[in-house]
Design a binder for this molecule. Structure first.
Ligand code: CAA
Length: 379
């Protein structure tokens, strides 16, 4: 397998790295402390073509490949995991579902403004009683003339407080289980949709995560995404792509933490020498570097599988599990390497460790990834 990046992919890395270092890194700590989403920088990402990176130019996308987009998520997440996930949820989940399952009209109408960042996108699957068991949807959609009327509640929905366009899953026929779930495109402007509690989180603090309340929310029937009863498959297929995004985010967080720690170790002296000259510490750095390279291969492999039109559920689950465990391992160890300085907010390591934790949880816990991987082994 060739892991050499193409000329275009290298250009994406260089462009996003410069943008992330110059315009996101300086504001990341403050955004974490205030919990305020850096909307100006995000809108700029839209204008730069990053949000629509893997989508067709027909819909204002950049016509790039999925690996280029994952490389962009990785570079952003090296300095700010919060922005990394907000970006990934919009591009992989909301826009991923629209791109894969939308009609031509739906794509023109919704994808075009999402690609440029003019509109913000969100993906409403999780409910208070439907987390890991995504099939347990309690939100209902009832046909009423040329509309569906949606009632229910979604929780932990990334970007929801900022979003203009939502992909929402609801039961159109409870008796059919997963085959009774349908996806809808819902606009913020539709009557009956509102945002409930906004979460105060341990990490990824500037990403906006909230509840969606649907009270007699009227959605035109033409806004059904895919066919009636096909929503569960749409959610799962979309999450396969999303998991590669989370894996890219986790990889970026781990790399960002290691880079910060290398800089610190070159400066910091104890017992009369720079601390990287202590073999125990140098070996720990070597172990972390190796874990990051393992994760990188899994993440890029999954992105390439998706690019190449190969099945990617399993490689996405492996990438998400390996990269998120790597992010937690690396950030926890990096905090330890900095000692007391790792624990205070003058350095970004404690933020990176807090941000890493959620990558083991969302878009399917790592236990869910093991269900997907083992399921594929024994099918
Ligand atoms: N692609 C297409 N179809 C799929 C699929 C996939 N990857 N996985 C399953 N399906 C289909 C199956 O083929 C099956 O179809 P048939 O009935 O026609 O055979 C149907 O879906 C049901 O499949 P399962 O019986 O395997 O489903 P399950 O109920 O046992 O669930 C699960 C399996 C893996 C646990 C799944 O529920 C799951 O992934 N749960 C986690 C949910 C999740 O990831 N939530 C994240 C929310 S979004 C988020 O986190 C965003 C954020 O904030 C950052």
């Amino acid at each position: 397998m060739n892991f050499e990046l193409s000329k275009e992919q290298k250009l994406v890395v260089q462009t996003v790295r410069e943008f992330a270092q110059n315009e996101i890194k300086p504001i990341a700590a403050e955004a974490d402390q205030t919990g305020v989403f850096p909307i100006e920088q995000y809108k700029k990402m839209g204008k730069m073509g990053l949000i629509g990176l893997p989508y067709s130019t027909e819909y204002n996308g950049a016509g790039g490949d999925y690996l280029s987009y994952i490389l962009a998520v990785e570079e952003i997440s090296k300095v700010d995991g919060s922005l990394g996930i907000s970006y990934s949820v919009q591009t992989s989940l909301c826009m991923g579902a629209l791109n894969m399952f939308g009609t031509e009209e739906q794509k023109k109408k919704y994808l075009s403004d999402l690609c440029t960042g003019k509109k913000i996108g969100s993906f409403g699957l999780t409910e208070p009683n439907a987390g890991t068991d995504a099939s347990g949807q309690q939100t209902v959609a009832v046909k009423d003339g040329d509309h569906y009327v949606l009632n229910g509640q979604k929780c932990f929905i990334t970007n929801s407080p900022l979003a203009d366009t939502f992909v929402i899953f609801a039961m159109t026929d409870r008796s059919k289980g997963t085959k009774g779930i349908t996806a809808f495109i819902v606009e913020k402007a539709f009557p009956g949709i509102s945002i409930g509690k906004i979460e105060d989180k341990m990490g990824i603090r500037s990403s906006q995560v909230g509840e969606i309340i649907l009270e007699d929310c009227r959605v035109p029937a033409e806004n059904m995404l895919g066919k009636e009863g096909k929503g569960f498959g749409i959610a799962m297929k979309t999450l396969d792509g999303g998991r590669i995004g989370v894996a890219g985010q986790a990889l970026g967080i781990a790399e960002g933490a290691l880079e910060e720690t290398i800089d610190y170790m070159k400066e910091r002296k104890q017992f009369g020498k720079q601390i990287y000259k202590f073999q125990y510490l140098a070996f720990r750095m070597a172990e972390m570097k190796a874990r990051i390279e393992q994760a990188r291969y899994c993440v890029y492999k999954a992105a390439m599988d998706k690019n190449d039109g190969k099945p990617y559920s399993e490689s996405a689950a492996i990438a998400k599990m390996v990269a998120s465990d790597c992010a937690m391992y690396v950030t926890t160890n990096c905090v330890q390497m900095l000692g007391g300085y790792g624990f205070i907010k003058d350095y970004p390591l404690e933020r990176m460790m807090r941000d890493a934790k959620i990558t083991q949880i969302y878009e399917g816990t790592n236990e869910v990834q093991k269900m997907v991987i083992s399921g594929a082994m024994f099918r």
